[in-house]
Ligand binder design. Structure first.
Ligand SMILES: [Zn+2]
Length: 343
């Protein structure tokens, strides 16, 4: 079968690889669509500590159940499912505390390789993190379950209250999902980004959107008063993931407000902190990583029962065009791709 390998940063090759075999309790998916994520883009751009090279990659997948492993039950060949890319071990101290997103074995339990014709899903993921896609849900919409689960987890850490004013920095897929879910939770959302076409997209979704200045600081509408002042946003979510955007978030939020760092920075980057502001103005700095089964369950409900239609943001491609698709993502000309195995 065909699979895309990330050989080195910037270089993807589609190769013939052996067909996967379903392990005990696991299954093999016939891939229909795989999704590109910000993590894949980072790996393509500069490598990623959790994605070995050269190696198969891609970790968002919707497909039909193919072969079942010995002892696998509850699945019917041919039915459409979405399988997430990791499962908590359930035994380590973080898992026992309920912080399964911080599982000590997280990296060992990743299931990469969605950019391919088929993907083996191990037993633990088949049991905990594989879901039937209801007939009324378009398969490309189901691709968003993983991203939406991260966003649900992220917002659970922020604990928004109804009516709070939130600035979301960065209008990519994850920034938009944060904005949509924060709005569902009753927040007043303002978005900020550099590119006019991204601001136009946010406005099309009914959001107020502003540009940022050369320092990455949002140009706040007048009702927010001075940046960092008492009328400034109650919370700032950084989904842009750059050093200037992290600093802008701290500089923009109101005293007593919260900053949520969603977009991570390269490991080599140190962040100078405006500590008098953070300390004397009681700015809470909140971080977030991954999701727990509870978040996935909430995200499933939103995606499968609600009226979000994030599949409208997708561009389509196939394995053979994957390198070109990443170049488009890198240039900011696409938000996210749905990748079919092709012929
Ligand atoms: Zn664990």
């Amino acid at each position: 079968m065909k699979a895309a390998l990330l050989v080195e940063p910037g270089r993807i090759e589609v190769r013939e690889v052996p067909d996967p075999v379903a392990g005990p309790g696991g299954l093999v998916l016939e891939v229909e669509w795989a999704g590109t994520t910000g993590t894949d883009l980072k790996a393509f751009r500069r490598g990623h500590p959790k994605i070995p090279m050269p190696g198969r990659f891609g970790h968002e997948v919707v497909g039909r159940v193919g072969a079942l492993g010995e002892g696998a039950s509850g699945w019917t060949p041919g039915e459409r499912v979405i399988a997430l890319h990791s499962s908590p071990c359930g035994r380590c101290p973080p898992c026992r505390r309920g912080q399964t997103n911080l599982c000590d074995d997280f990296e060992k339990r990743l299931n990469l390789g969605a950019f391919a014709s088929r993907l083996a899903v191990p037993a633990d993921i088949a049991r905990v993190y594989t879901f039937r896609v209801p007939a009324h849900v378009p398969p490309r919409r189901a691709l968003f379950l993983q991203s939406l689960s991260c966003v649900v987890h992220s917002l659970s850490r922020l604990r928004l209250e109804k009516g709070e004013r939130v600035l979301v920095q960065g209008i990519g897929c994850l920034g938009l999902l944060h904005a949509l879910v924060a709005r569902l939770q009753g927040a007043q959302v303002l978005l900020a980004a550099r590119r006019p076409e991204r601001r136009a997209l946010a406005e099309k979704l009914g959001f107020e959107a502003v540009e940022v200045d050369d320092g990455g600081l949002a140009r706040l509408p007048g009702r927010f008063g001075a940046r960092g002042g008492s009328e400034a946003p109650d919370a700032v979510i950084d989904a842009a993931g750059t050093l200037p955007s992290w600093q802008a978030a701290v500089a923009t939020v109101r005293p007593g407000g919260r900053v949520l760092f969603f977009g991570g920075l390269p490991a080599s980057v140190s962040v100078p902190l405006d500590h008098p502001r953070v300390h004397y103005q009681e700015i809470d700095l909140i971080n977030t990583f991954h999701y727990t089964p509870k978040d996935v369950s909430a995200a499933t409900k939103i995606l499968f029962e609600g009226n979000l239609e994030p599949e409208r943001w997708l561009s389509d491609t196939d394995l053979g065009q994957l390198a070109g698709a990443f170049a488009e993502l890198e240039a900011g000309r696409a938000l996210k791709y749905a990748v079919s195995p092709g012929t």
